[in-house]
Write a protein that binds this ligand. Sequence first.
Ligand SMILES: [Zn+2]
Ligand SMILES: [Zn+2]
Length: 262
Amino acid sequence: MTLPVADNWFEARKIDADTTLIIEPHIHVLEQANMFLVEGSERDMILDTGMGVIPFRPYLDSLRQDPEKEIICVSSHTHIDHIGAVHEFEIRLVHPAEADEMANPSGLTSLFRRDMPKALLQTFLDAGYPPIGETLIEALPFEGYDPETYRLQGAPATGLLNHGDTFDLGNHVYEVLHLPGHSPGEIGLFEHETGILFSADAIYDGPLIYEGPGMSVDAYRKTFNLLKSLPVMTVHGGHDPSFDSARMLEIIAHYEALWAAA
Ligand SMILES: [Zn+2]
Ligand SMILES: [Zn+2]
């Protein structure tokens, strides 16, 4: 296998005054998750930490106005594309339903397609994702990198986030929403003051994944009912570009119709 060597492993873009979107552009689109850094007046937050192919913290700290400030690491759920670098943070929060999985990842922990369950690969193709090559990385982070050395590490939670909990960064206050369906302990963060919803993999503007280990269409229906009841203005999803409430309702209606017809 010969892969090109990436110039930059991470890519960052400021999306509002305090929020920076970070991606790993050389990961296959299926596992190319959005990470959101929010810099608060009292403390910062990183929502999800990518694949953990190379250390994330030095890059993240280079983006922060004050790298000495406390930073809270929130894991929206524990799929490989969201907790890769969780072990690099001192404060690690997750929903109780996925705390064990974050401490000891038991799902996909390698970069190789051969380690992915066949049924899951078919689910991804059916959902509309392009086929995956031999590995989930499409470039090497540096010359001589050996993808065989990769293992998803995980880390025990230092605190838990339940539905209805709130936490703040000083000038930003988030309510925790339990949004199961894609995964049992999937959470979103809702900022009432701005109507901003960080929805992670509960809803994004691309093929949603609802059939697989830990997934449930019944739970997903309830999650969508909850989302429809919220005064959402902007949705920052776990994958793909952000969207507004009209698009959110369109996406929800699409899946509700699909599931009703099944
Ligand atoms: Zn994801
Ligand atoms: Zn996921």
